[in-house]
Design a protein around this ligand. Structure first.
Ligand code: ADP
Ligand code: MG
Length: 563
């Protein structure tokens, strides 16, 4: 890539740099984004299809979760990558509506392309879309119904709607209840009286076997560990739990040391001394009244022996993060040695028990002092099923949290998109000019959601869209299409199909953002992928750039004299 200066080419960019500009760049980007949207389109809604993804190692994932699909496919094109980001943002902000957001972004771009062909400048489109998206958010807020932590029916509808498009749809009612229980257990009101629910407080454990319906909520914590010694008790009621970060062993010295032993007595004395030290450890634990020891490091056989004799249960090599969760749940302190052990430093749990699940021993710590930590133990026939159940539960937990925190719901089944479109068209007529055109195009793009839902159910899109629009014109803001029975419904919440308002708002926000960003690009400059043969940074003296054809000399960076 070079410019001309008095006949002399000046090299500005590295040889091999690719550049596309203007219309070509725009068209390329839009085409790539559309491909991504097209790829997830068939998976939208309860009648959507699943995708089977196989990675380079042959691992298989079966899912219809937009974010997961895009995470698994290795996208190269920069504009396509931006679409993947849309799904990721949607997932991290609200946890559901990933497919919707990507389909929307694709449709915005597809229709924006038509405006570009009519010679409307990208910045005019971007500005129109921004106005439309702000208005759309306003509309969505205004049509929402009030909900929240006390609205059990609303929470359940939202959770069930979110799971109806997943493999788990058969068990969605039971899983919805489970997710609501989990969120209500961890939800708290902050100093401003607002509800917050931190999903990180909900631990997810998976274990193959039994059926999805055997998935359970456990108020407490599960450790994938067994009691260290068979002689120890397997069940302890009213547990006093010692949480230890250091080892119950005699520390080895960092350097080699030699011990001069001259008689057999000395060996015995040495061993006795060691045993005494290990016994002291067990004694200290017993004296303070602990009956369960949870240790992050190892536990010496001798200590195990003394603990067993004292009837104390112990597990070792527990993850630090689990230990921290236990400290939260049981109210115990994390200790770094036995020196500051006191009865107050111990945690409390009503029941600590080792249970066998499918041949593996797990430790259940239940009835903790602070019940704000719960575990969902997922069961299912195969690993593929369990993984998809986990994703469904994640989405449902997010959705329930969204409603608990934001306290707003809208009907589902394409109703909010349709209503927003209808109201946006009215708003557009107040604008006039090219902006009006952009807002109208934005409104038309929203129809892609009900259209796709109908299409995926194998139905006539146009026919359904017309009927639905008519219902909305009559003032039925939640008129939608019930995919359970194939009927048009004047109020989707009557048939228990509802979604959190924030999910719909976020989808519009992130789709508009990505679309605007792509529309603003008119120059794509792609550098050469660096490899070991490349020029080291600063390897070429500044003057060299002017030396005509030299810039193109391959392998120069490898020349030893220049390194
Ligand atoms: P996303 O990744 O965008 O959440 P989904 O595959 O989960 O995509 O589909 C969500 C869409 O399916 C929403 O628009 C929701 O309203 C719709 N939906 C869910 N259940 C029903 C139903 N019973 N009838 C009609 N639409 C439904
Ligand atoms: Mg969903």
């Amino acid at each position: 890539m070079c410019a001309q200066l008095g006949g002399q080419p000046i090299f500005i960019m590295k040889e091999g740099t690719e550049r596309t500009r203007g219309k070509d760049a725009m068209q390329n980007n839009i085409a790539a984004a559309k491909v991504i949207a097209e790829a997830v389109r068939t998976s939208l809604g309860p009648r959507g299809m699943d995708k089977m993804l196989v990675d380079q190692f042959g691992d298989v994932v079966i899912t219809n979760d937009g974010a997961t699909i895009l995470k698994e496919i290795d996208v190269q094109h920069p504009a396509a990558k931006m679409m993947v980001e849309v799904a990721k943002t949607q997932d991290s902000e609200v946890g559901d509506g990933t497919t919707t957001s990507v389909i929307l972004a694709g449709e915005f771009l597809k229709r924006a392309e038509k405006l570009l062909e009519q010679k409307i400048h990208p910045t005019v489109i971007v500005e129109g879309f921004r106005k439309a998206s702000e208005k759309a958010i306003e509309i969505l807020e205004s049509i929402s119904v009030q909900s929240g932590i006390d609205d059990h029916k609303g929470l359940k509808n939202a959770a069930m709607t979110c799971m109806s498009s997943k493999i788990v749809s058969e068990s969605k009612e039971m899983l919805a209840e489970l997710c609501i229980d989990a969120i209500t257990a961890v939800a708290e009101q902050n100093e401003n009286g607002e509800w917050v629910a931190d999903i990180d407080k909900i631990q997810i454990q998976k274990k193959q076997g039994e059926m999805i319906d055997d998935t359970k909520l456990i108020k407490g914590i599960i450790l994938d560990k067994e009691v260290v010694s068979p002689g120890m008790p397997k069940t302890i009621k009213d547990a006093k739990v010692l949480l230890l970060q250091s080892a119950l062993e005699i520390e080895k010295t960092e350097f080699d040391s030699k011990l001069q032993i001259t008689s057999p007595d000395q060996i015995q004395a040495f061993l006795d001394e060691e045993e005494k030290m290990l016994k002291t450890m067990a004694d200290k634990i017993e004296a303070v009244g602990a009956n369960v020891v949870i240790c992050q490091k190892g536990i010496d056989d001798m200590v195990q022996h003394f603990l067993t004799k004292a009837g104390i249960m112990a597990v070792r090599r527990v993850k630090k993060s689990d230990l921290e969760k236990l400290a939260q749940a049981t109210g115990g302190k994390l200790l770094n040695g036995l020196d500051d052990i006191t009865p107050e430093s111990l945690g409390n749990a009503g029941l600590v028990e080792e249970r066998k699940i499918m041949g593996d021993s797990w430790l259940f710590i239940e009835e903790c002092t602070n019940p704000k930590s719960v575990v969902i133990l997922i069961r299912g026939g195969t690993e593929l099923v369990i993984d998809e159940v986990e994703r469904a539960i994640h989405d449902a937990l997010c959705v329930v949290r969204d409603v608990v925190e934001d306290q707003k719901l809208v009907g589902g089944g394409g109703a909010p998109e349709l209503e927003t479109a209808v109201q946006l068209r009215k708003y557009a007529s107040t604008l006039g000019g090219r902006e009006q055109l952009a807002v109208e195009v934005f409104a038309d793009s929203l129809d892609i959601i009900p259209k796709t839902l109908a299409e995926n159910a194998g139905l006539d899109q146009i026919d359904i869209l017309m009927k639905l629009r008519a219902a909305h014109q009559k003032g039925n803001v939640f008129a939608g299409f019930n995919l359970e029975n194939g009927e048009i419904q004047n109020n989707m919440t009557d048939v228990n199909v509802a979604e959190p308002t924030v999910v719909k708002i976020q989808a519009i926000k992130s789709a508009t953002e990505a679309c605007s960003m792509i529309l603003r690009i008119d120059d794509v400059i792609a550098g050469v992928k660096s490899s070991s043969a490349d020029m080291p940074p600063g390897g070429m003296p500044p003057g060299m750039g002017g030396m005509g054809g030299m810039g193109g000399m391959p392998g120069m960076g490898g020349y030893p004299g220049m390194m």
